[in-house]
Ligand binder design. Structure first.
Ligand SMILES: Nc1ncnc2c1ncn2[C@@H]1O[C@H](COP(=O)(O)OP(=O)(O)O)[C@@H](O)[C@H]1O
Ligand SMILES: [Mg+2]
Length: 498
């Protein structure tokens, strides 16, 4: 392997994370962040209301720890109180106090600041610092205190020893600490939260997969199919959202692509047909020219009359070829939009009158009667006169060529519509088969399939006319009844007199 560009190499190392995993990660992240924020917010709210961080602890104390003492504890307290009132010196006697201290009861006897007695389960140091002070009135006798991490409910009685020293007796009861509470509740809370996470993530994942991942994989399949050259399938948009729009756009792209591929194939077919038509049409006159030239060379045309006849045919065939090549050339230039147009304002009435006057000389000897109907008033159009003549000539040539009646009639009519002028060329000739009518303006199309009948022709006359009229911004169409005759119409946009 050659020395690899480090940037390219790095790019190749980028880890691929599927959309599914990305969504999953973002859900988990969002849920964790929300919980964290919720906790912080809760803390902040309490802090903001009370202005004291320890407020949470007080809140806890009030709601959770206010539990009454048991009966034995109350009894012990009464015993102690009795002693304190009647014979306070007894309280300094350890044995006496221990008698009252039944199993599990926590007692404290305080004289001034000294803890005279504290049950063994209590931390003496903690007791000294945590217990409330002396209060002769004995008003706040019950409350909760915190000793290290533990909470205790207590009942207190304050009195004076005989030596006037301040004395207090306490009976304490351990309440579960909030550390303990959280510890016992945490697994349940955690389990519930975890379950909720899993359910929420599962749900979100299902929704995302249904609305995003699935349609995307459908698209992916579509692209694979297109890559393999298969365009014959449909992608239905499942929704109206962005993904649905993406699917619709993809479907449009597919059908456009299919259309263009089909068009390409069609064009390819046309090109093949074109080549074969051109070669066929050009070969026919060439073959006869070769035949007659060889006849002359072989001395078949041994009389001046025969020679004259042969030469006339050769001339005619060469002219035919010339016309055909000229038509082909013109058509290809029009098709490629390479043929220049020079538009001028033309008055159609006088133009047609002049044209028919010239035509009369040619057609009257053929026994064709011409009927010209012109509009009431002058009609102006913007047109390339030479090309316009070409169109009318092509139409009239067809009428003359496909005329098999004895009473030959050709009618040319100019009429006016709101926006356009319409020229109609009609004949009472052979007419066109109904099925062939839509195709007569196609290149190389000829209604009779033989192509080499005496009528001749390249099948380009009407295709050229169509190209010219369309480049004038007009339309061309035909109506025909077989055996009765044909009418070809074309329209030109009306222009202003100049
Ligand atoms: N006036 C008409 N009467 C009968 N058939 C017609 C007429 N004009 C056109 N057609 C039919 O339309 C076909 C196409 O015409 P065109 O493009 O001029 O080609 P071409 O005249 O070289 O055959 C003709 O071959 C003919 O079959
Ligand atoms: Mg023709």
């Amino acid at each position: 392997m050659k020395c690899m560009n480090p940037i390219v190499y790095l790019k190749k190392q980028v880890i691929y994370i599927s959309i599914k995993i990305r969504f999953l990660l973002s859900y988990v992240g969002i849920i964790f962040v929300s919980i964290l924020l919720l906790l912080v917010a809760g803390f902040l709210i309490v802090f903001a209301i009370t202005g004291d961080v320890r407020a949470i602890e007080h809140f806890y104390k009030k709601t959770y720890v206010q539990k009454p003492l048991t009966e034995t504890e109350e009894n012990a307290f009464l015993d102690l109180k009795l002693l304190a009132k009647n014979d306070s010196a007894q309280l300094l006697n350890r044995d006496q106090v221990q008698k009252i201290e039944h199993h599990g009861i926590k007692l404290v006897v305080r004289k001034d600041q000294d803890i005279v007695y504290a049950s063994p389960s209590l931390n003496k140091q903690g007791v000294r610092s945590s217990l409330p002070g002396f209060e002769a009135a004995n008003i706040n006798t019950r409350d909760t205190i915190r000793m290290h991490d533990l909470f205790f409910t207590y009942v207190k009685f304050d009195f004076y020893f005989s030596d006037k020293a301040q004395g207090s007796i306490f009976v304490l009861r351990k309440a579960s600490s909030y550390a303990e509470l959280t510890r016992s509740l945490f697994p349940i809370l955690f389990g519930v939260l975890l379950l909720l996470f899993i359910i929420i993530i599962g749900l979100l994942n299902y929704m995302v997969s249904r609305s995003i991942i699935k349609p995307i994989s459908v698209l992916k399949e579509g692209t694979e199919k297109i890559k393999a050259g298969d365009l014959d399938f449909h992608i239905r948009p499942g929704s109206d959202d962005e993904i649905g729009q993406l699917n619709t756009a993809f479907e449009e792209m597919r059908s456009k692509l299919k259309e263009s591929v089909e068009l390409q194939l069609q064009l390819e077919e046309n090109r093949k047909a074109l080549l074969s038509n051109i070669s066929h049409d050009l070969r026919t006159p060439i073959t006869s020219i070769i035949g007659y030239v060889e006849g002359i060379q072989d001395g078949v045309a041994n009389t001046p009359q025969k020679m004259d006849k042969y030469l006339t045919i050769i001339h005619q065939k060469a002219r035919e070829m010339d016309v055909m090549i000229e038509e082909l050339f013109l058509f290809s230039k029009l098709d490629l939009k390479k043929e220049p147009f020079t538009f001028k304002t033309i008055e159609l009435r006088s133009y047609l009158q002049d044209y028919i006057d010239g035509l009369q000389l040619e057609l009257t000897p053929l026994g064709i009667q011409i009927d010209l109907q012109l509009a009431q008033k002058p009609l102006y159009v913007l047109a390339d006169q030479e090309k316009l003549t070409r169109v009318i000539t092509n139409l009239i040539n067809n009428s003359v060529k496909y005329m098999h009646k004895t009473q030959k009639l050709l009618s040319i009519r100019l009429s006016e519509e709101a926006e356009r002028a319409i020229i109609q060329v009609s004949d009472n000739g052979s007419g066109i088969e109904h099925a062939a009518l839509p195709h007569i303006f196609d290149r190389f199309y000829r209604a009779e399939k033989s192509r080499n009948s005496e009528t001749g022709g390249s099948g380009l006359g009407l295709a050229i006319a169509k190209q010219i009229i369309e480049q004038h911004g007009g339309n061309i169409w035909a109506a025909s009844e077989q055996g009765k005759g044909t009418s070809v119409f074309f329209s030109l946009k009306k222009g202003e007199e100049r």
